[in-house]
Ligand binder design. Structure first.
Ligand code: NAP
Length: 458
């Protein structure tokens, strides 16, 4: 894939970028290694000061950054601004919390291990490679970079090829904020050149957010090098609505949960599993509200849903819907690509999904919702857990026992009750099954790329 900004609203290439040469990549790895030797000896207070400066730079640059998001991947501008602010907030969170999360622990009675003092500390490990997707081009990267740098590690970013302007901004952000030169850099390289970087002995670990094939490939290489990985992969999250739910509210939230960021979120609710007692009411409200979304220019402040980020992504979505319809699915809203420039797909609701349809098991990465009618909570769980994914989930029920029952039975990295899944710096984020391994965010996220070092003193 060419490294280029191609505006999904027009389909036109705005700017192309040369990939870094082998010599440029080597220079960045060497700089990251040199920066690590400096960074590991800095204090939390010093790193926190630089991290807050990075957050401030992003806030100051909000209009430029929001425009980059919208032009490169099509997110409506209001959401793009929110992403910039959320990224800055994430950086400040780790500036505030890193020292507490990584504080040393001591045995209260070290004599049981024959020591005068014994315990653990979290030490940085060195260079971490981050392979990142285009769908939240700043937030996905910064929720890695914030904790990594606060822990004393350095980072190399291989960003998605369709968001090079985001990658170029991030290339200098931390240096501008005061971090040692080389502490964080972008590598403008295609996916085919990730393997060589990952096999470099100076690169100690990797994190990838993206598709399952990319995750499997990276993990196989890391495995052969005995390097730690964190993988945040796809999802097809269930959104379960039970009879006791506030159905009107559930339908309203369902529209956002499915269609925000033009439906291209790993943690979007994708499968709506609705009890028969409230199925007709929910599907009517949901389809009406989806049909009322304004689809258009993502730079227009009133647009709810913009274009799909890539032409191939739009085509894939259209094929998935066509396949479902050809196997008997009912279209409750949308169901086609509008006849206009840009890579649009009309927000869609499909019912009558069967195992014969691709959408039954595949992730729909765009504004396409599938609805299932179920007769019991047991059937709801069978449908919810019936894919290879296990990222997050949502349950709408006001019955406390039922809520607990769903929390216990859902095979997912998270369960949100009477609300939609979202990522928060304060809460761990990650999946089970083919949705990934490891966790980002919160205390566990910063510890992923640390050496939990045992220290024993005679
Ligand atoms: P993708 O093709 O896997 O791309 C993601 C990143 O991986 C890009 O930087 C890409 O580079 C790189 N890449 C692709 N193939 C690779 C390989 N074989 N080896 C190394 N790197 C490789 O993902 P996408 O389809 O654009 O993104 C959407 C997917 O990401 C969806 O499945 C979504 O659910 C998932 N996602 C998950 C999370 C989460 O936190 N769980 C968050 C967001 C998105 P190029 O661009 O150069 O190909």
């Amino acid at each position: 894939m060419a490294i280029a900004t191609i505006n999904p609203f027009t389909g036109k290439t705005e700017q192309e970028f040369e990939a870094h040469s082998e010599a440029e990549v080597e220079q960045r790895i060497a700089a990251a290694q040199a920066a690590f030797e400096t960074l590991r000896d800095t204090t939390f207070a010093q790193r926190a000061e630089w991290m807050r400066a990075a957050a401030q730079l992003m806030e100051d640059d909000i209009e430029t950054l929001a425009r980059i998001i919208t032009i490169e991947m099509g997110r409506p501008i209001v959401g793009a601004r929110a992403e910039v602010l959320k990224s800055a907030k994430g950086l400040r969170y780790y500036a505030d919390m890193a020292e507490e999360f990584l504080s040393a622990e001591h045995l209260t009675d070290p004599s049981v291990v024959g020591a005068t003092q014994a315990g653990t500390r979290y030490a940085p490990i060195g260079i971490v490679l981050a392979v990142m997707p285009w769908n939240y081009p700043f937030w996905q990267v910064l929720r890695f970079a914030g904790p990594a740098l606060m822990a004393g590690n350095t980072g190399l970013l291989k960003h998605a090829s369709n968001v090079p302007q985001a990658a170029i901004y991030l290339d200098t952000l931390f240096e501008r904020a005061g971090f040692p030169v080389g502490a964080f850099h972008s590598l403008l390289i295609p996916a085919s050149r990730v393997e060589k970087v990952l096999r470099d002995s100076r690169v100690k670990a990797a994190t990838l957010t993206g598709s399952e094939p990319a995750g499997r490939s990276l993990a196989a290489i890391a495995g052969s090098e005995v390097k730690h990985v964190v993988l945040e992969l796809g999802g097809s999250d269930p959104f379960i609505v039970m009879p006791s739910a506030d159905v009107e509210r559930a339908a309203t939230v369902a529209v956002t949960a499915r269609n925000q960021n033009n439906g291209q979120s790993c943690i979007a609710a994708k499968r709506f599993i609705v009890h028969a007692d409230v199925y007709d009411e929910f599907t009517r409200l949901f389809a009406e509200k989806v049909a009322a979304l304004s689809v258009g220019d993502p730079l227009d402040e009133s647009t709810d849903v913009g274009p799909i980020a890539t032409e191939s992504g739009r085509d894939e979505l259209a094929e998935q819907v066509a396949d479902a319809v050809s196997h008997g699915a009912t279209v409750l809203a949308g169901g086609s690509a509008p006849d206009r420039d840009g890579w649009f797909y009309t927000p869609t609701v499909l019912a009558g999904i069967t195992p014969a349809m691709r959408l039954h098991l595949e992730e729909a990465f765009g504004p396409v919702a599938t609805v299932y009618r179920v007769d019991s909570r047991e059937e709801a769980i069978r449908v919810a857990n019936g894919t290879t994914f296990g990222l997050s989930s949502a349950v709408w029920s006001t019955d406390a026992d039922e809520q607990d029952w769903f929390v216990r039975h859902l095979d997912a990295g998270a369960v949100f009750i009477n609300g939609m899944t979202a990522s928060y710096p304060e809460l761990p984020f990650g999946g089970v099954k083919d949705s990934g391994v490891g966790r980002e965010l919160a205390a566990v996220g910063i510890r992923e790329f640390c050496n939990l070092q045992t220290v024993w003193k005679a």
